[in-house]
Ligand binder design. Structure first.
Ligand code: PEP
Length: 235
């Protein structure tokens, strides 16, 4: 399983360091084959000495370096040996209005640089209400021109209406969408959308689920560790 935490614009450099040190120690008991990935804010990127946790970037501009005010490029990420990135998160698609062709450019750039890419897809509520066919048509558009055969790809299925809302897709809905995505890709498929310590076990035990991407419930190390424990069946 892959258990990933996205801090978004939460945590400072100091609190991230404290968090990582606490979570890294707790995670000594994690299952060997489970991977833990944390996406902190850029100001908290550093050369952490962690045994159990991998650090990723929440975003990146598709260039080595250059005149891209407010962005972060490959050179700056490489300083901290970052080789994992989130692309296509719904907050970047919807709040920051990133269009699909730009997302594809990012994907191609970071693929060329051998990054592990966590590529997010997911439908808004009005599409969900139309049923599974509309959901998959929507997701297919988000997969257009994305090389789904890329070996370092992880897909995160995150219904927009479930992100940060406390609403979680039902296990049946998750399985239905993941099964349909599984017909299109061979890479791991994570679920994201209000995953927390109470619902993690059910979601992680669902068919076609290879892990979770967690926002809000990843912010406190001890809470996030409960999700890691749910994956490892540790009581
Ligand atoms: C996310 O940001 O990817 C996410 C799933 O957030 P939350 O867990 O808060 O819904």
């Amino acid at each position: 399983m892959i258990i990933a935490g996205n801090f978004k614009a939460n945590h400072t450099r100091a609190s991230t360091a404290e968090y990582l040190s606490a979570l890294d120690s707790l995670s000594d008991q994690k299952k060997e084959e489970d991977s833990i990935v944390i996406f902190p804010p850029f100001t908290a990127l550093d050369n952490y000495n962690l045994k159990n946790i991998k650090i990723g970037a929440q975003n990146g501009y598709p260039a080595e370096k250059g005149s891209y005010t407010g962005e972060i490029c490959l050179e700056a990420l490489s300083e901290f040996d970052i080789d994992t990135i989130l692309i296509g998160h719904s907050e970047r698609r919807h709040i920051l209005k990133e269009p699909q062709d730009f997302i594809v450019r990012k994907y191609e750039f970071f693929k060329r640089n051998n990054f592990n890419i966590f590529y997010c897809v997911g439908e808004p509520i009005e599409i969900r209400q139309k049923g599974i066919e509309s959901v998959m048509n929507y997701i297919d558009k988000q997969l257009e021109n994305i090389d789904v055969g890329y070996q370092n790809l992880v897909i995160a299925y995150e219904p927009v209406w479930a992100i940060g809302t406390g609403l979680t897709a039902s296990v049946e809905d998750i399985e239905e969408v993941h099964k349909a995505i599984r017909e299109r890709v061979e890479t791991p498929i994570l679920y994201g959308g209000s995953v927390n310590a109470s619902n993690a076990a059910d979601i992680l035990n669902s068919s076609f689920v290879d892990g979770v991407l967690v926002g809000g419930a990843s912010l406190v190390a001890e809470e996030f560790y409960k999700i890691i424990k749910a994956s490892a069946n540790i009581s």
